[in-house]
Design a protein around this ligand. Structure first.
Ligand SMILES: [Zn+2]
Length: 643
């Protein structure tokens, strides 16, 4: 019997009973795991695991489908040095022939504890000075058992002098958050599901900052950096993060954690992005990722997005994305809620908290909307299909726009903006999607970390509870159908329209979506239909666009434009010169070791997306991005122009 098998109404009828029960199988003795991270600079993790066992056949497994990654990304291929011992004897094992994550053993008579030692070769989220450690790298536990039913007690060793940030609760005495040299920190007993959801940040240059101390439970941001000074976050960033805690508290009117830790790495080598967890999030940006306003704006939605996932994705999870073990494939169909609504709320919270201004929010939105509206792959593939196929669509590359990627993120953003502005329109701005969030994400009130699955019908019911409408058709039309154009209704109902101008906005120049521009390349996606680096390399060509019609392909290199050796400026001049004429842009193109000519027949000049205010209409978009709370300010913080 499992929560995911219930309709939500049944779940909530049971909730008070479930929450009074002791943790499942609490009487069973826990697995003991000690993660040794002292070899982080050499990119190795080690673990010793003691498993309670009985004699007979035993199948152990490592995690395969990692929550939040929406793909079978468990690091089994990097596990090495696996040795099982019991009562001083080495036990032989055999990998399963089909499920390569499983190990079969035969436990001898009289053995009650099985010891395993394993190492994991680490390929990401580590540097010489820090690690963002996810427990799936070292987890080993009985297969075919719900992971929330397997008790486990974790311990941790880190290099001497390194600090530790985690939502796990230390039970051993000693200094914290910087354990004494050589010390092993023991944490309270939890279960395998929760442990996988509780990463550890450790680093030599480490700071932990409490946030918004009037909001309970407690929130912290833990920062580790490769350079000694970078972990001292700027006051403006700490203020924005504290404001985020206040704004989320006001928006979601609930919490589903005992404590929350933003774990943040600042490193050019450890990689990054974000991975959500219930009581923490693993966030990584470059060394200078929040060092100035430009970088902060480029990363504006990272912390708000991952924080929002504690509600939308961790607490509320689509039925098919929640599996009781990490072996059963996850179903991506509702990722336009899990990720898409989080994309929307993350950007809204970034503006409400002051990570970016309302104008910067609109510039980001213009970029997303224009990209989707100029994605020819939407002629054959629905948003729902990008979600169902999520686990094979992460990587980009050539013809990405024709294949499509994980577009449910930004498709979802436009969809939920559409829903938000529609609710405001139908209720004369008296209600909004905020009211929906207070129902959908706060159902059950304040709780500890737990997962409450939902199905499509619950979304419809909860939207109807805000304002009656044919929400099922609204959602189906936008998600399941082939829609050659992006859903721009939310922008228009919000009092703006998507237009193209001949210069990129300041935000577009510095934001992550415009990396090509920052690297000295040229984003001519909306003009001649290609993205080109500073060296002339073409990273992608817009299917059906002018460059495509001239038979130009991704991976080729522009040698010259209109008789001039390639530079971004030379190509830009050529695009400008062709405006309003009939003369094509003449390019010399290198493909592998061959050179050829390409004539691009394009005459509309440079085009970059921006949102333009439509006078005389309600500016709901500005209402949406206005803070709900009184923001804390710092002198160095940029003014939020519309507030
Ligand atoms: Zn996400």
């Amino acid at each position: 019997m499992h929560l995911s098998k219930f309709h939500f109404a049944s779940i909530f009828a049971l909730l008070p009973i479930l929450m009074m029960l002791p943790p499942a199988r609490a009487q069973k003795s826990p697995i003991l795991i000690t993660a040794d991270l002292t070899d982080v600079p050499r990119k190795l993790y080690h673990a010793d695991v003691d498993l309670p066992v009985t004699s007979g056949p035993l199948t152990l497994t490592t995690p395969q489908w990692i929550p939040g990654t929406h793909m079978p990304a468990g690091p089994v291929s990097n596990i090495t040095g696996l040795v099982f011992t019991a009562n001083g004897q080495t036990l032989s094992w055999r990998r399963d022939d089909v499920d390569l994550y499983e190990f079969h053993l035969d436990i001898p008579q009289g053995v009650t504890t099985l010891h395993a030692h394993l190492d994991c070769i680490v390929t990401m989220r580590v540097s010489q000075k820090l690690a963002a450690f996810e427990w799936e790298a070292l987890l080993l536990y009985p297969a075919h058992t719900p992971v929330r039913d397997i008790p486990i007690q974790p311990s941790l060793k880190v290099p001497a002098g390194w600090g530790v940030g985690t939502a796990l609760t230390p039970v051993s005495s000693g200094s914290w958050p910087v354990p004494a040299a050589g010390a092993t920190t023991q944490f309270g007993v939890t279960n395998v599901e929760q442990l996988q959801d509780s990463p550890v940040l450790t680093g030599q240059y480490f700071r932990e900052f409490p946030l918004a101390d009037t909001i309970k439970p407690q929130h912290f941001i833990d920062v580790a950096s490769d350079n000694p000074d970078d972990c001292n976050l700027r006051p403006a960033v700490l203020v924005a993060t504290a404001n985020l805690v206040r704004e989320a508290d006001a928006l979601y009117a609930s919490h589903h954690y005992h404590v929350y830790h933003f774990l943040l790495t600042l490193s050019d080598v450890a990689g990054g992005g974000g991975l959500e967890h219930g009581q923490s999030s693993d966030n990584g940006v470059g060394e200078k990722g929040y060092a100035d306003e430009g970088h902060t704006v480029a990363n504006a939605d990272l912390l708000p997005h991952e924080f929002t996932h504690s509600w939308n994705g961790k607490y509320r999870r689509p039925d098919g994305l929640y599996q009781s073990d990490f072996a059963t494939p996850q179903h991506g169909a509702l990722l336009w809620v899990y990720e898409g609504m989080t994309q929307y709320l993350g950007n809204v919270l970034a503006a409400r908290s002051g990570f970016e201004t309302q104008a910067q929010y609109r510039d980001h939105l213009a970029s997303s909307a224009a990209r989707l509206d100029n994605t020819p792959g939407r002629d054959w593939r629905s948003t729902e299909d990008t979600a169902i196929a999520a686990s094979v669509l992460r990587s980009g590359g050539a013809w990405y726009n024709w294949r499509r990627g994980q577009d449910y993120y930004q498709e979802g953003e436009l969809l939920w903006l559409d829903a938000d502005t529609l609710i405001r329109k139908m209720t004369s701005n008296k209600k909004s999607l905020d009211d929906f969030e207070k129902i959908f994400l706060a159902r059950g009130g304040n709780t500890g970390p737990m997962i409450v699955p939902y199905k499509f019908d619950e979304l419809v019911e909860d939207l109807n509870a805000v304002v009656p409408f044919d929400w099922a058709t609204f959602l189906h039309d936008r998600i399941d159908n082939i829609n050659p154009h992006a859903d721009l209704a939310g922008i228009e109902q919000g009092g703006y329209k998507l237009v193209y101008q001949d210069k990129p906005s300041a935000t577009q120049r510095i934001s992550a979506g415009m990396r090509v521009l920052r690297s000295g390349g040229l984003d001519s996606w909306y003009s001649i239909g290609l993205r080109v680096g500073a060296d002339g390399m073409i990273s992608d060509v817009r299917w059906g666009g002018p460059a495509d019609k001239a038979r130009v392909a991704p991976g080729e290199k522009i040698i010259a434009a209109n008789g001039q050796i390639f530079s971004s400026d030379a190509l830009r001049s050529a695009i400008r010169a062709a405006k309003g004429t009939t003369e094509p842009i003449h390019m010399i193109i290198q493909a592998d070791s061959f050179v050829s000519m390409a004539d691009i027949d394009y005459h509309d000049g440079e085009r970059y997306p921006v949102l333009q205010r439509v006078d005389g209409t309600p500016a709901y978009l500005d209402d949406i991005t206005r803070s709900l709370t009184t923001l804390e300010k710092t002198p160095s913080e940029p003014k939020n122009e519309d507030q």
